[in-house]
Design a protein around this ligand. Structure first.
Ligand code: TRP
Length: 373
């Protein structure tokens, strides 16, 4: 089998998440920890319950701190490089939920230089344009404007650069080389970049002049950045940030890699029309059904590889008993692939209809979210 790759610049192949846990040195979110988290939160979230957020670092420590009255803040981010698809929304959905149930501040970084540095064809002007669109998507998820702060690397440079230098001084080229798989031919902006991504994990503590715990929800490919951040922050007098990691929403074609904007036919974008969603699911969504209806009725389908089912599980059917029913019916052959696809289409379109409506009001709110120095 082809070896899978998971790092901030590349995700490909069939990802074995148990191997990722071992190789990255993250902890699996075990049941007792999950129960404790839910108890303190007073609610449960399906992405946690279903293991879509499957790993963490220092989550129990974070909860200890919380119970001692030392509230944490949340930190996550988005490097603008194009329009957002459903996979991109996952860390923001959980972040918004944690903000709500714990009533905490959220810091969202928009490193508008990151993809400019690491991708050949992007200008800074272009990443700016994407950034605005991305902000609209994120605001549309319902973040609290009083408790959510956007940091833009090039715009908040006066605030961030000084702190990034403190981080950079503690990181050697060889540490970056091994963490990110870059080499002598990589541009030096790319080498420095990780120190900018470390900053929001302690900037709120700098601004408040008080050490606050930090929780970072992120997709597992970002972990190399935060492994370095965790090494460095204690040397600067701050605690290591805690984190939770999610798996990738699979692309339409099936189990390999992640939903990606570079393959138009592999992704559903937040601005897709109802018709486009329907076509994409009908035409491209990998089906776990049998070749003929007769065989399907007799042997049943395979929900574990069926993309329509996976999207319901990952994102669009939060009700466990409803999802269980679909699983049973599809597996027994009572539900056809066409019927399953229709459920996914309706659910995704229902979400997008609301989301696109909220995008309209979100556009006028951007200024409220940008951190004022
Ligand atoms: N590097 C991330 C990306 O490619 C952006 C990012 C910045 C981020 N800070 C973060 C992601 C914190 C998760 C958590 O989109």
């Amino acid at each position: 089998m082809e070896k899978s790759v998971v790092n901030p610049w590349e995700v490909s192949g069939v990802i074995d998440y148990d191997r990722v846990v071992r190789e990255f040195g993250v902890q699996k979110i075990e049941d007792t920890l999950l129960k404790r988290f839910e108890k303190i939160a007073g609610e449960s979230h399906f992405m946690l319950r279903r293991g879509i957020y499957f790993a963490h670092r220092d989550l129990s420590w974070l909860l200890d701190q919380y119970e001692k009255g030392n509230k944490f803040f949340l930190y996550t981010g988005r490097a603008p490089s194009g329009p957002m698809h459903l996979g991109h929304l996952m860390p923001f959905v959980i972040t918004r939920w944690i903000q709500k149930v714990f009533d905490v501040d959220v810091w969202i970084q928009f490193p508008d230089e990151e993809k400019f540095l690491t991708k050949n064809d992007l200008t800074l002007e272009k990443t700016r344009e994407y950034m605005k669109e991305n902000m609209i998507d994120i605001i549309a998820l319902g973040f609290d404007p009083k408790k959510t702060h956007f940091l833009i690397d090039t715009q908040h440079a006066n605030l961030m650069y000084k702190e990034a230098c403190k981080v950079a001084k503690k990181i050697t080229f060889s540490m970056v080389k091994s963490s990110f798989g870059i080499d002598e031919s990589s541009n030096i902006g790319w080498i420095f970049y990780t120190s900018m991504q470390a900053v929001p994990a302690f900037l709120p503590s700098v601004l408040k002049n008080k050490k606050m715990p930090c929780l970072i929800p992120h997709a597992i490919d970002q972990d190399p950045h935060f492994r370095l951040t965790r090494d460095i922050l204690p040397k600067l007098g701050y605690s290591k940030p805690a984190s939770i990691q999610c798996t990738f929403l699979p692309p339409l074609q099936g189990a390999e890699g992640k939903m990606s904007s570079s393959k138009e036919s592999g992704a559903i974008f937040t601005t897709d029309s109802q018709k486009e969603v329907e076509t994409k699911i009908r035409k491209y969504a990998f089906s776990g059904g049998r070749d003929t209806l007769e065989e399907h009725r007799r042997h049943g389908g395979n929900p574990d590889v069926d993309i329509s089912y996976q999207y319901l599980k990952y994102f669009f059917e939060s009700d466990d008993s409803e999802l269980g029913k679909i699983h049973r019916k599809y597996k027994s052959g009572e539900m056809t692939s066409g019927e399953l696809k229709q459920i996914a289409i309706d659910k995704i379109n229902g979400f997008l209809k609301e989301h696109q409506k909220r995008r309209k009001t979100a556009e006028k709110q951007i200024e409220k979210f940008i951190y004022k120095v």
